[in-house]
Design a binder for this molecule. Structure first.
Ligand SMILES: *Cc1c(COP(=O)(O)O)cnc(C)c1O
Length: 352
């Protein structure tokens, strides 16, 4: 996260303007700079956090309440919470064994076997990896189903939003503001409706046009976002250097595999590695015994969380396998060489 000193000039601009929230100059600038990162003309609308942004996107797309929301079980619990908040019921479908994410053709094939009417689809980009939105735009065109892409951790790799795409700005994600998120879309009418849903159903005046929320970002949060964007080129380089050091330090531990392209073509704020099948529990325990923390970011899969025990689940063998053979390692932009080596050594030890 940016230091207080780096944020200060932006905070002083807030003092001078006396504009603290409700679509002030910081928010306008932040959204314009986020939108400018996309290859085609795209709009960005910020929200209080990524989870809210997903919920409000489903509402803005008029996803039919009471229906199923197709999503991977291999995701963070926020995806399922967001669907429920939008009045939908998660239907957990398995991910592709090679890519670790939902496959659009697999979803098409499973739609015929859905345990009820389907209202929406949320594909999830796994741990910041790039996700091609084109098959999902086609699925939306062919079926008419609302599609929102959960690219929460993919700030660095998202470059097109032919269907609404959510990026989280949480402190744990690549571009952190503390709590925040945004939706990107090429559809101005969708963005207008989404924005109204973040602001009492107002559209340019003070009339509440439909049931809505207050999910705006304050100017203070946007000041952090602008600072983080100023620093992004150097933050990104630091992440990549650390990733490459980790890769090198684990060259002789081939049982550990990184996400394809991680720290080379794209970067993220987490390091999630694939381990030998079923090894997660033992490696986690060994690392802990050696004083090295690790994280199962997505637990055992969303379908295993008590909150979603009532939600229908398709066959999930790949999800079960991934949950038992992946683990998040310590990783941060300013990790030093000794810390990298310590993690690599502990991991090699854990794998015997
Ligand atoms: C972080 C994350 C979210 C939630 O974003 P917040 O900004 O924390 O609400 C949703 N989905 C996935 C896959 C995430 O990693």
């Amino acid at each position: 996260m940016p230091s207080a000193e780096a944020i200060l000039p932006y905070l002083q601009r807030i003092d001078a303007k006396r504009w603290y929230s409700n679509f002030g100059p910081m928010l306008i600038e932040l959204e314009a700079r986020l939108a400018a990162r996309f290859a085609r003309p795209t709009l960005a609308c910020t929200a209080a956090n990524g989870t809210q942004a997903l919920t409000l996107a489903l509402l803005a797309l008029n996803a039919k309440p009471g229906g199923l929301c197709v999503m991977p079980a291999w995701t963070f619990v926020a995806t399922a919470h967001a669907a429920i908040q939008a009045g939908l019921v998660p239907w957990f479908v398995d991910v592709d064994p090679v890519t670790g994410v939902l496959d659009a053709d697999h979803v098409r094939a499973r739609l015929a076997h859905a345990p009820g009417p389907v209202s929406a689809v949320i594909p999830v980009a796994a741990f910041g990896q790039p996700l091609d939105p084109a098959p999902w735009a086609r699925l939306h065109e062919d079926t008419g189903l609302p599609v929102v892409i959960d690219a929460a951790a993919s700030f660095d790799s998202v470059s097109a939003a032919p269907v609404p795409t959510m990026v989280s700005l949480h402190a744990t994600k690549s571009l952190g503001v503390g709590e925040g998120g945004f939706i990107a879309s090429e559809d101005p009418a969708f963005i207008d409706r989404f924005r109204a849903l973040t602001s009492f159903g107002f559209m340019g005046d003070r009339e509440a046009r439909f049931a809505a929320n207050n999910a705006k970002l304050s100017e203070y949060t946007c000041a952090i976002g602008l600072t983080a964007l100023d620093q992004w080129p150097s933050t990104r380089t630091a992440y990549i250097i650390t990733a490459q050091r980790l890769r090198v330090s684990l060259l002789h531990t081939p049982a550990v595999r990184f996400q394809p392209g991680w720290g080379l073509d794209w970067t993220s704020s987490t390091c999630v590695v694939a381990l030998p099948e079923g090894a997660t529990g033992a490696v986690e325990a060994s690392l802990k015994a050696q004083g090295v923390d690790s994280r199962r970011w997505w637990g055992l899969g969303c379908h295993r969380a008590p909150a979603f025990a009532h939600c229908p689940a398709d066959f999930l063998p790949v999800t079960e396998r991934l949950a038992a053979s992946t683990l998040g390692l310590p990783y941060f932009a300013d990790m030093d060489v000794d810390q990298v080596n310590r993690v690599a050594l502990a991991l090699a030890q854990a794998l015997g």
